[in-house]
Design a protein around this ligand. Sequence first.
Ligand SMILES: CC(C)(COP(=O)(O)OP(=O)(O)OC[C@H]1O[C@@H](n2cnc3c(N)ncnc32)[C@H](O)[C@@H]1OP(=O)(O)O)[C@@H](O)C(=O)NCCC(=O)NCCS
Length: 187
Amino acid sequence: MDTYLETGRLALRRFTAGDADLLIELDSDPAVMRYLSGGSATAPEVVRERHLPNILAGYEKWGGELGLFAAHEKDGGAFIGWFILRPGPQGPLDEVELGYRLRQAAWGRGYATEGSRALLGKAFTQLGVRTVWAETMSVNLGSRNVMDKLGMTLAETVPVPSDMQMIEGSEHGGVRYEITKERWERL
Ligand SMILES: CC(C)(COP(=O)(O)OP(=O)(O)OC[C@H]1O[C@@H](n2cnc3c(N)ncnc32)[C@H](O)[C@@H]1OP(=O)(O)O)[C@@H](O)C(=O)NCCC(=O)NCCS
């Protein structure tokens, strides 16, 4: 396994060209996709032809240090979903987005917080990152709770992207949370 990062219970690794089925299965659960697409699955060909090639291209672009990473339980090896630590398309390398998408079977066990906490540590101590931000829909309380637990603070409300405006709760808009290296060090 091409390990990127380990926590007490999780191992994060880079995706490979053979991982399409893991992503397709994850994105086929309406509960997982509720605040991302309104519940509809990502089409398998979109995963194979667009998402996975983009993930692999990201490793080339950022030397394998930033991007999307598959997460597995260290005990037994089950795939639990993915985490993202990635600059914006044109953004500076020291300002990166944090994100997570976990299989329903893995929810409620502190995994999102555990993986994200380790990613913040790596970002601030090894990758020269100065600010980590995360966005979600205002109504996505699970995601917001993770951000709170990480010590991230609400920076601003943001519009929901136009392709998400039909999702239940989108009328409440989105939120952007941030944490700076200075704050992370203080915590
Ligand atoms: C959001 C998500 C990542 C949370 O993962 P998780 O591993 O269950 O989160 P954690 O166990 O680390 O929970 C962190 C806190 O949030 C709380 N929480 C988790 N899901 C919640 C929910 N749906 N509603 C309210 N609180 C929730 C937990 O209770 C925990 O707080 P606590 O420690 O005080 O009990 C997971 O539900 C998921 O992948 N959802 C689908 C994809 C998604 O929406 N991703 C975010 C898009 S921006």
